[in-house]
Write a protein that binds this ligand. Structure first.
Ligand code: SF4
Length: 358
């Protein structure tokens, strides 16, 4: 098991629930826009967010942001140790740096000392683009071993300064390399791991790569906090992360939606119906499974694990709970059926225990 690290009031590692992270896309110096986006992320189920600190103006803005943010805010720093120190002083809950990029060890020490004084952890963030040339030559390319050694080298810089409040990430844009590298790293150290596939792409491409990369690792018990990296509204990253966690029964709140692929037995426009229902229920805070199935003959049985489901018939729909038919919704109208079904989903959802509002 990994050791536990506290990011503000949020724990990661040590067997605690896998935490969802995202990163703001706003100009950090624009406090109002940044806080608005953080609120949207938190409402979507994000546990921790990160903001870029490219200059002192952004580091200064952190003061107001961290004071008003509903979730811990991580400061993302490249190269300039002075920005890292300013971020610490202005309320960052964690600093993300690559100590190797800071350069002068004396400056890394200043950052480590500042973080230690305030109990602020450091995420050592290494990626495939930052692997040292010497390691690329030693291993014949950017391999899992080369990336692991690069990350361990960066971690050792902090360990040598008696700093161990560390989280590690070691990302690649290749899910395969990401999986191999995290496996390698997890066998070497017990620091909590921040897992993700970097530069994964746009919504569809990025979700698939992230589901493969992050999902494979989580299924093996590797990973303490995740970020789905998408070229999209960051709220989509949070939704995707929740879907990955729910697919693995890892405790993400929200509705699990299932629908069948349809076949020649379908008598309703199921794609349209399923999309209508899903868009209406995807943000509801109930921990239930909801099914929309193409036929009344096999639908209720195929989706018997669903708490509530709808199966299409001829000019009517079957409403079922746990595989048992409850009643019929007598309409051939898709909108009317979706509307009535959503009301039933809310009824069943309200009757269930919710672990946490989404
Ligand atoms: S539920 Fe009915 S329509 Fe859907 S795949 Fe199964 S048999 Fe086909």
């Amino acid at each position: 098991m990994t050791r536990k690290v506290k990011i503000g009031n949020v724990e990661i590692g040590g067997g605690s629930r896998i935490k969802i992270q995202s990163m703001n896309t706003t100009d950090t110096a624009d406090v109002r826009s940044t806080l608005e986006q953080i609120t949207r992320l938190a409402d979507a189920g994000c546990d921790i967010t990160r903001v870029a600190i490219p200059n002192m103006e952004a580091a200064e803005a952190l003061k107001e942001i961290t004071k008003n943010s509903p979730i811990p805010v991580v400061a993302d720093i490249h190269f300039d140790y002075r920005l890292a120190i300013a971020a610490c002083e202005n309320g960052a809950a964690k600093i993300r740096i690559n100590p190797g990029n800071i350069g002068d060890p004396a400056n890394v020490r200043k950052v480590a000392d500042c973080c230690k004084e305030r109990n602020i952890p450091i995420r050592v963030g290494v990626n495939s683009g930052s692997v040292e040339r010497s390691l690329i030559e030693k291993y014949g390319g950017v391999t899992a071993e080369a990336m692991t050694e690069s990350a361990l080298g960066a971690v050792k810089i902090l360990e040598d300064m008696d700093f161990s409040d560390i989280v590690v990430s070691i990302k690649s844009s290749s899910p395969k390399l990401t999986i191999e590298t995290y496996r390698c790293l997890a066998s070497r150290k017990d620091y909590p791991l921040h897992v993700g596939v970097t530069e994964a792409g746009t919504l569809r491409e990025g979700m698939i790569k992230s589901a493969v990369g992050i999902g494979t690792l989580l299924a093996e018990g590797i990973g303490d906090t995740i970020r789905v990296s998408l070229t999209a509204d960051p709220v989509e990253e949070v939704k995707a992360a929740r879907m990955i966690l729910r697919a693995l029964d890892l405790g993400a709140p929200g509705i699990t939606f299932v629908s069948c692929p349809t076949c020649g037995r379908t008598q309703v426009p199921l794609i349209e119906l399923a999309n209508k229902v899903e868009s209406r229920i995807c943000d509801l805070p109930y921990n239930i499974k909801v099914a929309v199935m193409g036929c009344a003959v096999n639908g209720p049985g195929e989706a018997r694990e669903a708490d509530i489901g709808l199966a299409g018939g001829k000019d009517e729909f079957l409403l079922f709970e746990k595989g048992q038919t409850v009643r019929k919704i007598k309409t051939a109208n898709i909108d009317a059926a979706a509307e009535e079904f959503v009301e039933e989903v809310i009824r069943v959802g309200k009757g269930q225990k919710t672990d946490q509002a989404v």
